[in-house]
Design a protein around this ligand. Structure first.
Ligand code: NI
Length: 213
C-alpha cells in the first residue's frame, strides 16, 4: 500500500523546483514518525498524512478541489478506512501556514504532521528551500526597498504580495518556533531556529559589508 502511495506522490511532485519535492515529503514523513513515536500518536495516520500533505497545496496545484478528490480516490483504492480517511483529509486541509497560523490542529496526529512540516522549513534545509522557492517564483533573494510584511495577511495577500527570500524569514520562518504544537516538536525546533537566525544575521552583515570592516 505505501509503495503505491509513494509512487503517486513522487509522480505528482517530480517536476517541483520550489522546495516541495519528493525529498521534502520523505523528510516530513521521517520527522512525523519520529515525533509521533515520542508523542504517542497513531503512526499510520502520521505517515499517510505526511505523504500526501503537499498534494493539495495551492502553491503547487491551482485546482485544490480536484487535487483533494484525487488524494481521496488514491487512499480509497489503497484500502484506507473511512474514519482514517476523514482524519487524514482533516489534517492536510487545515495544516498550511497560509490558511491561518493561529488556527490550531484538532488532533495529536495533526499536530505531529504540522510540526514535522514546519521543522523542514527551519535549519539548513529550510534556508535552502526558501531560496529555491524564491528562485522558482522569480523573487529577489533580498531587496532592502521591499519591507517584510509582518502584519496579519489574508491568504491572497500572503501569496501574491511582493516578497524576497530574506523577507520570508520575517514573514513566516522566525514565527514557526513559537507555533510548534508538540513538546518534541518544540525541542527539535530550537536548534534549527537559532541556526536560521544566525544565518540571516550573517547574510545582512555581508550585504552591508559589515563583516569585512
Ligand atoms: Ni510540506
Amino acid at each position: 500500500m505505501l509503495k503505491n502511495i509513494e509512487k503517486f506522490v513522487m509522480e505528482k511532485l517530480i517536476k517541483d523546483s520550489t522546495g516541495h519535492d519528493w525529498a521534502h515529503i520523505d523528510r516530513v514523513r521521517m520527522l512525523a514518525i519520529q515525533i509521533g513515536k515520542v508523542e504517542g500518536a497513531d503512526l499510520k495516520i502520521c505517515e499517510l498524512a505526511a505523504l500526501v500533505h503537499d498534494l493539495i497545496d495551492d502553491k503547487l496545484f491551482s485546482d485544490e478541489e480536484t487535487a483533494l478528490k484525487e488524494v481521496i480516490q488514491l487512499l480509497k483504492k489503497e484500502g484506507i478506512e473511512k474514519k482514517e480517511m476523514d482524519h487524514i483529509v482533516e489534517i492536510i486541509t487545515t495544516m498550511s501556514f497560509s490558511s491561518g497560523p493561529e488556527k490550531g490542529m484538532s488532533t495529536l496526529e495533526g499536530e505531529v504532521v504540522q510540526d514535522a512540516d514546519r521543522l523542514d522549513a527551519l535549519g539548513a534545509i529550510g534556508i535552502a528551500r526558501t531560496f529555491m522557492y524564491s528562485g522558482a517564483k522569480g523573487q529577489a533573494m533580498y531587496d532592502p526597498a521591499i519591507p517584510a510584511r509582518t502584519q496579519q495577511m489574508t491568504k491572497e495577500e500572503y501569496r501574491q504580495g511582493k516578497s524576497t527570500s530574506i523577507n520570508h524569514f520575517y514573514e513566516k520562518l522566525f514565527k514557526l518556533k513559537d507555533l510548534m504544537n508538540t513538546e518534541e516538536g518544540i525541542r527539535l525546533a530550537e536548534e534549527r531556529h537559532t541556526f536560521i537566525e544566525q544565518f540571516v544575521e550573517q547574510f545582512l552583515a555581508e550585504w552591508e559589508g559589515k563583516d569585512v570592516q
